[in-house]
Design a protein around this ligand. Structure first.
Ligand SMILES: O=C[C@H](O)COP(=O)(O)O
Ligand SMILES: CC(=O)C(=O)O
Length: 215
Protein backbone atom coordinates (compact mmCIF):
# COMPACT_ATOMS: atom_id res chain seq x y z
CA UNK A 1 0.00 0.00 0.00
CA UNK A 2 1.49 3.35 -0.93
CA UNK A 3 1.35 6.23 1.51
CA UNK A 4 1.58 9.93 0.87
CA UNK A 5 4.57 11.16 2.87
CA UNK A 6 3.72 13.69 5.58
CA UNK A 7 4.45 17.22 4.38
CA UNK A 8 6.36 19.56 6.67
CA UNK A 9 4.62 22.56 8.14
CA UNK A 10 5.88 25.52 6.08
CA UNK A 11 6.48 27.39 9.34
CA UNK A 12 9.19 24.94 10.37
CA UNK A 13 11.42 24.98 7.30
CA UNK A 14 13.37 28.26 7.46
CA UNK A 15 13.28 31.62 9.26
CA UNK A 16 11.90 33.21 6.09
CA UNK A 17 9.35 32.12 3.51
CA UNK A 18 10.32 33.92 0.29
CA UNK A 19 7.20 35.28 -1.42
CA UNK A 20 7.75 35.30 -5.17
CA UNK A 21 5.88 36.61 -8.18
CA UNK A 22 7.01 34.71 -11.28
CA UNK A 23 6.78 36.90 -14.38
CA UNK A 24 8.78 34.58 -16.65
CA UNK A 25 8.17 30.87 -16.40
CA UNK A 26 11.82 30.10 -17.13
CA UNK A 27 12.85 31.90 -13.94
CA UNK A 28 11.01 29.59 -11.57
CA UNK A 29 13.39 26.63 -11.46
CA UNK A 30 16.74 28.50 -11.25
CA UNK A 31 15.27 30.87 -8.67
CA UNK A 32 14.07 27.96 -6.52
CA UNK A 33 17.45 26.24 -6.84
CA UNK A 34 19.23 29.44 -5.77
CA UNK A 35 17.03 29.79 -2.67
CA UNK A 36 17.60 26.17 -1.69
CA UNK A 37 21.36 26.45 -2.30
CA UNK A 38 21.40 29.47 -0.01
CA UNK A 39 19.77 27.48 2.79
CA UNK A 40 16.13 28.52 2.32
CA UNK A 41 14.44 25.34 1.05
CA UNK A 42 10.97 26.85 0.77
CA UNK A 43 9.24 29.20 -1.67
CA UNK A 44 5.74 30.63 -1.96
CA UNK A 45 4.80 31.36 -5.56
CA UNK A 46 1.92 33.82 -5.64
CA UNK A 47 -0.99 33.14 -7.98
CA UNK A 48 -0.80 36.66 -9.34
CA UNK A 49 0.74 36.07 -12.73
CA UNK A 50 -0.41 34.04 -15.74
CA UNK A 51 2.49 31.62 -15.37
CA UNK A 52 2.18 31.06 -11.63
CA UNK A 53 0.61 27.59 -11.69
CA UNK A 54 3.04 26.35 -14.30
CA UNK A 55 5.86 27.75 -12.20
CA UNK A 56 4.58 25.82 -9.17
CA UNK A 57 4.40 22.66 -11.29
CA UNK A 58 7.92 23.12 -12.67
CA UNK A 59 9.44 23.68 -9.25
CA UNK A 60 7.53 20.74 -7.73
CA UNK A 61 8.77 18.53 -10.54
CA UNK A 62 12.34 19.74 -11.00
CA UNK A 63 13.51 21.03 -7.62
CA UNK A 64 12.78 18.31 -5.07
CA UNK A 65 15.07 19.98 -2.55
CA UNK A 66 12.60 22.83 -2.02
CA UNK A 67 9.09 22.94 -0.56
CA UNK A 68 6.93 24.89 -3.02
CA UNK A 69 3.64 26.44 -2.08
CA UNK A 70 0.98 28.49 -3.81
CA UNK A 71 0.32 31.95 -2.38
CA UNK A 72 -2.36 34.56 -2.97
CA UNK A 73 -4.99 31.84 -2.89
CA UNK A 74 -8.09 34.01 -2.65
CA UNK A 75 -10.93 31.78 -3.88
CA UNK A 76 -11.93 28.15 -3.30
CA UNK A 77 -11.53 27.19 -6.96
CA UNK A 78 -7.86 28.13 -6.84
CA UNK A 79 -7.26 25.49 -4.18
CA UNK A 80 -7.92 22.59 -6.56
CA UNK A 81 -5.81 24.17 -9.31
CA UNK A 82 -2.92 24.71 -6.92
CA UNK A 83 -3.17 21.11 -5.70
CA UNK A 84 -3.28 19.83 -9.27
CA UNK A 85 -0.15 21.84 -10.07
CA UNK A 86 1.69 20.10 -7.25
CA UNK A 87 1.64 22.77 -4.56
CA UNK A 88 2.91 21.41 -1.25
CA UNK A 89 1.28 24.09 0.90
CA UNK A 90 -1.27 26.86 0.44
CA UNK A 91 -1.17 30.48 1.59
CA UNK A 92 -3.95 33.05 1.52
CA UNK A 93 -3.72 36.76 2.26
CA UNK A 94 -7.06 36.67 4.14
CA UNK A 95 -9.73 34.29 5.32
CA UNK A 96 -13.36 33.67 4.41
CA UNK A 97 -15.36 30.66 5.62
CA UNK A 98 -15.51 29.13 2.13
CA UNK A 99 -11.85 29.69 1.38
CA UNK A 100 -10.74 28.35 4.74
CA UNK A 101 -12.90 25.24 4.31
CA UNK A 102 -11.50 24.58 0.84
CA UNK A 103 -7.94 25.04 2.06
CA UNK A 104 -8.42 22.68 5.00
CA UNK A 105 -10.22 20.12 2.83
CA UNK A 106 -7.22 20.04 0.48
CA UNK A 107 -5.30 18.05 3.08
CA UNK A 108 -2.21 20.19 2.46
CA UNK A 109 -0.52 22.28 5.14
CA UNK A 110 -2.13 25.71 5.01
CA UNK A 111 -1.29 29.21 6.11
CA UNK A 112 -4.49 31.25 6.14
CA UNK A 113 -4.13 35.01 6.29
CA UNK A 114 -5.41 36.99 9.26
CA UNK A 115 -5.19 40.58 10.43
CA UNK A 116 -7.47 40.50 13.49
CA UNK A 117 -8.06 38.43 16.61
CA UNK A 118 -11.46 37.32 15.30
CA UNK A 119 -9.87 35.99 12.11
CA UNK A 120 -7.27 34.14 14.16
CA UNK A 121 -10.05 32.57 16.24
CA UNK A 122 -11.87 31.53 13.06
CA UNK A 123 -8.73 29.81 11.78
CA UNK A 124 -8.12 28.09 15.12
CA UNK A 125 -11.74 26.86 15.15
CA UNK A 126 -10.99 25.10 11.86
CA UNK A 127 -8.15 23.24 13.55
CA UNK A 128 -5.37 25.25 11.94
CA UNK A 129 -2.68 26.71 14.21
CA UNK A 130 -0.21 27.94 11.57
CA UNK A 131 -1.41 31.43 10.69
CA UNK A 132 -0.24 34.19 8.41
CA UNK A 133 -0.41 37.76 9.73
CA UNK A 134 -0.90 40.09 6.78
CA UNK A 135 -0.17 42.89 6.06
CA UNK A 136 2.14 42.70 9.05
CA UNK A 137 3.67 46.14 9.21
CA UNK A 138 0.49 47.97 8.23
CA UNK A 139 -1.71 45.91 10.58
CA UNK A 140 0.21 46.56 13.78
CA UNK A 141 3.60 44.95 13.34
CA UNK A 142 5.42 43.05 16.04
CA UNK A 143 3.48 44.82 18.81
CA UNK A 144 0.23 43.38 17.48
CA UNK A 145 1.63 39.85 17.59
CA UNK A 146 3.14 40.37 21.03
CA UNK A 147 -0.35 41.29 22.28
CA UNK A 148 -1.85 38.09 20.81
CA UNK A 149 0.56 35.75 22.61
CA UNK A 150 -1.49 36.02 25.84
CA UNK A 151 -5.06 35.39 24.62
CA UNK A 152 -4.29 33.01 21.73
CA UNK A 153 -1.02 31.26 22.60
CA UNK A 154 -1.80 28.28 20.36
CA UNK A 155 -1.53 30.37 17.19
CA UNK A 156 1.88 30.28 15.49
CA UNK A 157 2.44 33.14 13.08
CA UNK A 158 4.20 33.91 9.85
CA UNK A 159 3.96 37.70 9.63
CA UNK A 160 4.25 38.96 6.06
CA UNK A 161 3.98 42.37 4.45
CA UNK A 162 6.53 45.14 4.68
CA UNK A 163 9.14 43.01 6.48
CA UNK A 164 12.81 43.35 5.57
CA UNK A 165 16.08 41.75 6.59
CA UNK A 166 16.44 44.61 9.08
CA UNK A 167 13.00 44.24 10.67
CA UNK A 168 12.74 40.43 10.57
CA UNK A 169 14.70 39.81 13.82
CA UNK A 170 12.22 41.75 15.97
CA UNK A 171 9.46 39.44 14.74
CA UNK A 172 11.54 36.27 14.99
CA UNK A 173 12.28 37.06 18.64
CA UNK A 174 8.57 36.75 19.55
CA UNK A 175 7.46 33.43 21.09
CA UNK A 176 4.46 33.14 18.76
CA UNK A 177 6.38 33.81 15.54
CA UNK A 178 7.85 30.78 13.78
CA UNK A 179 9.09 32.53 10.64
CA UNK A 180 8.41 35.61 8.53
CA UNK A 181 7.46 36.03 4.88
CA UNK A 182 8.74 38.55 2.41
CA UNK A 183 9.81 39.49 -1.06
CA UNK A 184 13.17 40.98 -0.16
CA UNK A 185 15.08 37.79 -1.03
CA UNK A 186 13.97 38.01 -4.64
CA UNK A 187 14.08 41.67 -5.80
CA UNK A 188 12.46 42.07 -9.19
CA UNK A 189 15.48 43.60 -10.89
CA UNK A 190 17.74 40.82 -9.59
CA UNK A 191 15.36 38.16 -10.93
CA UNK A 192 15.02 39.96 -14.26
CA UNK A 193 18.82 40.06 -14.51
CA UNK A 194 18.84 36.33 -13.75
CA UNK A 195 21.45 36.97 -11.08
CA UNK A 196 20.95 33.67 -9.27
CA UNK A 197 24.18 34.06 -7.30
CA UNK A 198 22.73 37.21 -5.73
CA UNK A 199 19.51 35.38 -4.84
CA UNK A 200 21.58 32.62 -3.27
CA UNK A 201 23.50 35.15 -1.23
CA UNK A 202 20.30 36.89 -0.05
CA UNK A 203 18.95 33.47 0.92
CA UNK A 204 22.13 32.71 2.83
CA UNK A 205 21.73 35.93 4.83
CA UNK A 206 18.07 35.12 5.50
CA UNK A 207 18.86 31.57 6.59
CA UNK A 208 21.25 32.98 9.19
CA UNK A 209 18.58 35.21 10.77
CA UNK A 210 17.46 32.48 13.15
CA UNK A 211 17.41 28.70 13.25
CA UNK A 212 14.16 27.02 12.22
CA UNK A 213 12.10 26.36 15.34
CA UNK A 214 10.76 22.97 16.38
CA UNK A 215 7.07 22.36 15.75
O1 LIG B 1 2.07 41.07 -1.15
C1 LIG B 1 3.22 40.84 -1.03
C2 LIG B 1 3.81 39.94 -0.07
O2 LIG B 1 2.89 39.25 0.63
C3 LIG B 1 4.71 40.65 0.84
O3 LIG B 1 5.48 41.53 0.10
P1 LIG B 1 6.57 42.42 0.82
O4 LIG B 1 7.48 41.53 1.57
O5 LIG B 1 7.26 43.10 -0.35
O6 LIG B 1 5.83 43.40 1.67
C1 LIG C 1 0.09 38.40 0.73
C2 LIG C 1 0.64 37.14 0.32
O1 LIG C 1 1.75 36.79 0.60
C3 LIG C 1 -0.21 36.35 -0.49
O2 LIG C 1 -0.74 36.96 -1.39
O3 LIG C 1 -0.40 35.16 -0.23
Amino acid sequence: MSRTPARPDPLDVAPVIPVVEIRERAHAVPLARALASGGVPIVEITLRTPDALEAVAAVAEEVPEILVGAGTVTAPDQVRRACDAGAQFLVSPGTTPALLAAMVDSGLPVLPGTASVSEVLTVLEAGVTSVKFFPAEAAGGAEHLRALAGPVPEARFCPTGGITAASAPQYLALPNVACVGGTWLTPRQVVEAEDWDRIESLAREAAALAPPQDG
